[in-house]
Design a protein around this ligand. Sequence first.
Ligand SMILES: [Zn+2]
Ligand SMILES: [Zn+2]
Length: 212
Amino acid sequence: MPLQILSFTVGPVATNAYLLADPASGEAVLIDPGAEAPRLVQALRAHAWRLTTIWLTHAHFDHLGGVAGVLRAVQPPPPVGLHPHDCWLWQAKGGADWFGLDIEDPGPAPDLGFYHGDTLQIGEHACEVRHTPGHTPGHVVFYCPEAGALFAGDLIFRGSVGRTDLPGGDHQALLESIHTQVLTLPDATRIFPGHGPATTVGAERQGNPFLT
Ligand SMILES: [Zn+2]
Ligand SMILES: [Zn+2]
């Protein structure tokens, strides 16, 4: 059975959280639960899926603000994965202060290190961690070849790219990450970004004004 992908737009800056599930085994992972934990937990329960891991693309508050709520509601609480180069940002509460916002409770520190080239399982499906610094130093994307899907966080959006004006941002590094880790994928690969609508590698290769 193919990987099932559900998307949820959550929180004050309309972050996309994604629930990926292997219906055969009932195993699921949650990518970037930025807010609205009860809604995400409700979807897990409605499908009777078992949450095995929370995957963070990076440690901005709008991608992790719902982690604590999910961990409180799910037994046993699953591990939370993050690239070690974003741990400083997690400690800075995801930079919420820079936006004049606050997250009440960032939850326990991420306890699983994601590294470039790691293979992550969802039941029998395998996804790959790709380190894509630029928006933040420890930003990663998750590539699921079988599903032809890339979960891109704030690296690339439809017709745009991630901002690099916040602490730890580096525009040259961001462009290099896109060229080496995204544009090398097949054109038909669907890109599920951290904000805004989905797109494809082919559409961005052709039409993204930041990549020409
Ligand atoms: Zn971000
Ligand atoms: Zn974001």
